[in-house]
Ligand binder design. Structure first.
Ligand code: ATP
Ligand code: MG
Length: 240
């Protein structure tokens, strides 16, 4: 039986909210408005995952699937320095791929599984997990097919988490107007419907606070304590 590894987010407050950090063997989803820190948390995890276990890292490599073109290797440098790590070595341990269609995204996962069988990975990031689905299935009659393909992708991610004992961190968008322009519903609602809700073990709702402050709340989890964590987005990544 594989044992869970908890990887620090860089913020003690956020780690405490999560019970120690983001966990291997499951999917952690972050959703929230633009600039709420989803991608910056991904960059921080790229580095912290490579820390040794006794420093709350995962002692493993990182795979990064980028569907929006927002990965910035130069952001990794100050984050690595903040953790006292060699930036080039950290960058060498991040396997990066840009996905252009949902099929491409799925095929990248198949390729990654082969790589993970050979090398010790501890984190898989998909930022954003849903953006390409919303582009590739944008027609009115395509929702059922989209949800079916999304379910397939998510079950692949769950399988990878369990088979290779990695943490899977995915980002999601909020639906501002699912009513097609007719009305504005709850702007905090994550996209992806029940398919995504059921796949993600932990759903983090991020929002902007004052200045560089960000606030994280655990969304919809009956078995986790209520509460919020406040953290900052800085040049050195996520911190208290
Ligand atoms: P989106 O939905 O658009 O993808 P997001 O939730 O991924 O948004 P991020 O890209 O993670 O948002 O956050 C962007 C914010 O992070 C910026 O607005 C800025 O406040 C902060 N940020 C980015 N880089 C730095 C930096 N080098 N130093 C300090 N803060 C930074
Ligand atoms: Mg982003």
């Amino acid at each position: 039986r594989k044992s869970v590894v908890r990887i620090t987010t860089g913020s003690q407050a956020l780690d405490e909210l999560l019970g120690g950090g983001i966990e291997t063997l499951c999917i952690t989803e972050a959703f929230g408005e633009f600039r709420s820190g989803k991608t910056q948390l991904a960059h921080t995890l790229c580095v912290s995952t490579q820390l040794p276990i006794h420093m709350h890292g995962g002692n493993g490599k990182v795979a990064y699937i980028d569907t929006e073109g927002t990965f910035r290797p130069e952001r990794i440098v100050p984050i690595a320095e903040r953790f006292g790590m060699d930036a080039n070595a950290v960058l060498d341990n991040i396997i990066y791929a840009r996905a252009y269609t949902y099929e491409h995204q799925y095929n990248l996962l198949l390729g990654l599984a082969a790589k993970m069988a050979e090398e010790p990975f501890k984190l898989l990031i998909v930022d954003s997990v849903i953006a390409l689905f919303r582009v590739d299935f944008s027609g009115r009659g395509e929702l059922a097919e989209r949800q079916q393909k999304l379910a397939q992708m998510l079950s692949r991610l769950t399988k990878i988490a369990e088979e290779f004992n990695v943490a899977v961190y995915i980002t999601n968008q909020v639906i501002a107007d699912p009513g097609g322009g007719m009305f504005i519903t709850d702007p905090k609602k994550p996209a992806g419907g029940h398919v995504l809700a059921h796949a993600a073990t932990i759903r983090l709702m991020l929002r902007k606070g004052k200045g560089e402050q960000r606030v994280c709340k655990i969304f919809d989890a009956a078995n986790l304590p209520e509460g919020e964590a406040v953290f900052q987005v800085t040049s050195g990544g996520i911190m208290d």
